[in-house]
Design a binder for this molecule. Structure first.
Ligand code: FES
Ligand SMILES: [Fe+2]
Length: 337
């Protein structure tokens, strides 16, 4: 997909779920056109570093070993600390203090893993909002929800979709009827910008009521930059979810989706019961990729002809998004106008 902005926007981006990064193991990742290594050290802390060893360039994610809080290169055994610095060279008495790998800040929240990206490697300018305390009007105790991973989580890899395309779903209430086969036409009840976030409230009119203002469902959503949105549902179920998009390079993104479903009262098991799984599967997990069939083949229109209902929110959302673009587009994208 050609877009007139960079695939390297600043912000927090999801890269997977905590159980995918077991203690004592390293694995390769690729995001924002960079090779990365993720490793969970022997104390349980997760780190992401530039992948290629500063000695002779071996990839630390392919055969690198965890040693204490260091990642040890599979080629000649040099050890690198969580600060990216060379900690030891096994066959000489001191490390190379000048050698350093770029460090990518990581946060873990309720089993979701987030990476901070800034195109020049600058440290986080804001924190990833808390998925639970962001919606204090609902139950904020994660123990009262089933763990989202693995049953209620899904991913899609290397899809030709820029994060902004996904963000633009926010103000687009009409597409629910066409893409997601909603039986009513949802309405955007409110939207506002709070600090870095785009917050919006979508309502699903109650088909059984004559009052068009009566809603059967309200979805409270906060976009945490262009990396995705966290949402809380208010209706027949009060679950939470995250939909996240992370650029792999200048052509495609990985996507992550997780649902926190409220526990059946009295059930403290780790695995949701079959009837809950069947319901979530049918109502939410099957349809999560509906939009992809549009996004994969969509062309980015820089000056759309809006219907009246969309116009203002779309224009404002696009303006809001520009704050995350600190570098110009590259390659093909640069010529997409
Ligand atoms: S390339 Fe990593 S120690 Fe030599
Ligand atoms: Fe959608």
């Amino acid at each position: 997909m050609k877009v007139p902005f960079t695939w390297k926007p600043t912000g927090w981006y999801m890269i997977g779920w905590s159980p995918e990064f077991p203690t004592g193991q390293a694995r390769p990742l690729r995001y924002f056109g960079e090779d990365l290594v993720a490793y969970r050290d022997d104390h349980g802390d997760l780190h992401v570093l530039q992948a290629h060893c500063r000695h002779l360039g071996a990839h630390l994610g392919h055969g690198g070993k965890v040693n204490g809080d260091c990642i040890e290169c599979p080629f000649h055994g040099w050890g690198w600390g969580p600060d990216g610095r060379n900690r030891y060279i096994p066959y000489q008495d001191r490390p190379n203090r000048a050698a350093q790998l770029r460090v990518w800040p990581v946060r873990e929240q309720y089993d979701c893993v987030f990476l901070w990206h800034h195109p020049d490697g600058e440290p986080p300018r804001w924190e990833m909002p808390d998925i639970f305390t962001s919606f204090p009007q609902f139950d904020t105790d994660p123990a009262n929800y089933y763990s989202p991973y693995p049953e209620f989580s899904r991913r899609a890899e290397r899809e030709p979709v820029h994060p902004q395309i996904v963000a633009e779903n926010g103000p687009d209430s009409v597409h629910f009827q066409y893409v997601h086969r909603a039986t009513v036409r949802p309405v955007v009840l409110d939207w506002r910008i709070v600090d870095r976030e785009w917050r919006f409230l979508t309502g699903w009119p109650d088909a059984r009521s004559d009052d068009p203002d009566k809603m059967a469902l309200r979805i409270h959503s906060h976009m945490f930059g262009l990396g995705g949105a966290i949402s809380a549902f208010e209706g027949s179920s009060n679950h939470r979810l995250i939909f996240a998009v992370t650029p792999v390079d200048d052509t495609c993104s990985n996507m992550f989706y997780s649902i926190w479903w409220p526990r059946v009262p009295g059930d403290d098991g780790d695995v949701p019961p079959d009837d809950v799984r069947a319901r979530v599967e049918k109502e939410f997990l099957i349809s999560v990729w509906d939009d992809l069939d549009i996004w994969r083949y969509q062309e980015y229109i820089e000056h759309p002809t809006h219907a009246t209902v969309d116009a203002r929110a779309y224009v404002e959302l696009r303006r809001w998004a520009t704050q995350f673009y600190e570098v110009p587009p590259t390659g093909d994208a640069a010529t997409a106008r």
